[in-house]
Ligand binder design. Structure first.
Ligand code: UT7
Length: 367
């Protein structure tokens, strides 16, 4: 059997502070019913710590799950479009914190497609024999780029991190095929201009420049078309059909996007994993968090054929076809938690709301 990269550890880090649709009703002209119908989202989590802290905890949990020591790793890759700092990379900071002495480390930015792009890199290196034990993390602190009075963007996104440990396997399991694509010509449909989310948005930044811009309907169409076409291509490359798929774990962008794309593929909803209702869209973190949740929910069985599929800023898209290995239970559990906070969601958003207030000077104040 050829050497392939198989996932042997998985973990996630979900920050404790929840932003519900009812909370959003206090900040903008929206309502729970509209958000649930158009997106499937009910809650999202906002982080009181940096994306690196989320990444570190997800990493420790994935390593415990794999029964692996950090010192055994030879590579750490972090997929993120909201790094705490541009340099050093989040991966390098995680490497230091977890004590992965001697491992290589770098960040990768393909926005919401980051985990799929990352999986292709990691799988390629493992297949070639250039890497053996690799940690791939998706981590985002997106709420800095959200203007919580802009109802067309900020209802969608949340913070979080997910991680996966990859190891070589020669028993038929692992990554079977990869399809990646991009269309830089449509890049202006989703833009985050600023870099580095450490600290709070400050007076040196212009809120109009800082906040996320996107063209919702254009992105919706790009997403549905490219996710379904990419997933179809990856199945073809793997010599599989939609009937062979046990579970699709898609980027959690919008429940309607996922439903439309998987309907086009002919895959009914009981073979599609969604956790968007509670976590929202967490960009590069969404697929690894969903993998972890799917395992916890007993939705993955040994030897299952799984398709990961995503689209995101760039614009980018990609899909992975993989065969799950023989273990669906963790070897061990990491008991650590994020530092406690007694902040309410409105405490946490105070600086954010003040920062974007100049863009809403002629609107009624928030009650
Ligand atoms: O990871 C990739 C990141 N990007 C995305 O995932 C974005 C993809 N796009 C989407 O998910 C959807 O386009 C949105 C959820 C952003 C918007 O849904 P939509 O069904 O495309 O709504 P729309 O933009 O066509 O707006 C329909 C109406 C408009 O009112 P009028 O012009 O018909 O009077 C909007 O002003 O809904 C209004 N609207 C809202 N109403 C209540 C827009 N946002 C809201 C809101 N609450 N939050």
């Amino acid at each position: 059997m050829p050497r392939r990269a198989v996932i042997t550890g998985w973990g996630r880090c979900v920050p404790p502070v929840t932003l519900s649709n009812a909370d959003l009703e206090h900040l903008m002209d929206t309502d729970d019913e509209w958000i649930v119908q158009r997106t499937g989202i009910r809650n999202r989590r906002l982080s009181h710590v940096e994306a690196t802290d989320l990444a570190e905890l997800a990493a420790r949990r994935a390593l415990a799950c794999a029964g692996m020591e950090a010192s055994d790793l030879d590579l750490i890759v972090v997929a993120t479009c909201t790094p705490e700092l541009l340099c050093p990379s989040t991966a390098a900071m995680v490497q230091d914190r977890i004590g992965a002495i001697g491992s290589a480390a770098f960040d990768l930015n393909a926005a919401c497609s980051g985990f799929v792009y990352g999986t292709s890199v990691v799988a390629g290196l493992i297949q070639a024999g250039f890497a053996h034990k690799v940690l791939l993390i998706g981590a985002e602190k997106l709420h800095y780029a959200m203007d919580y009075r802009d109802r067309s963007t900020s209802i969608l996104f949340g913070d979080g991190a997910g991680a996966a440990v990859f190891e070589p396997s020669e028993d038929g399991a692992g990554v079977l095929a990869v399809d990646l694509g991009a269309d830089g010509g449509k890049g202006s449909t989703m833009v985050i201009r600023s870099m580095g989310s450490q600290g709070e948005p400050g007076p040196t930044n212009d809120p109009e420049t800082f906040r996320l811009h996107f063209e919702g309907q254009a992105v919706f169409k790009i997403a549905v078309q490219n996710i379904s076409a990419s997933a179809r291509r990856v199945l073809e490359l793997a010599g599989l059909t939609a009937d062979d798929v046990d579970l699709v774990v898609p980027h959690q962008a919008n429940a309607r996007i996922i439903e439309s794309a998987t309907r086009r593929l002919g895959i009914e909803e009981d073979r599609v994993f969604m956790n968007i209702a509670e976590l929202g869209n967490t960009a590069a973190a969404s697929i690894p968090m969903a993998i972890s949740d799917a395992l916890d929910a007993g939705r993955v069985q040994p030897g299952d054929t799984i398709v990961l599929t995503a689209f995101g800023g760039g614009v980018t898209w990609g899909s992975i076809a993989l065969k799950w290995g023989d273990r669906t239970q963790p070897v061990g559990v990491h008991e650590g938690e994020l530092p406690d906070t007694d902040m309410t969601v409105f405490d946490l958003l105070r600086e954010n709301l003040d920062f974007y207030a100049p863009l809403h000077a002629d609107e009624p104040p928030i009650t």
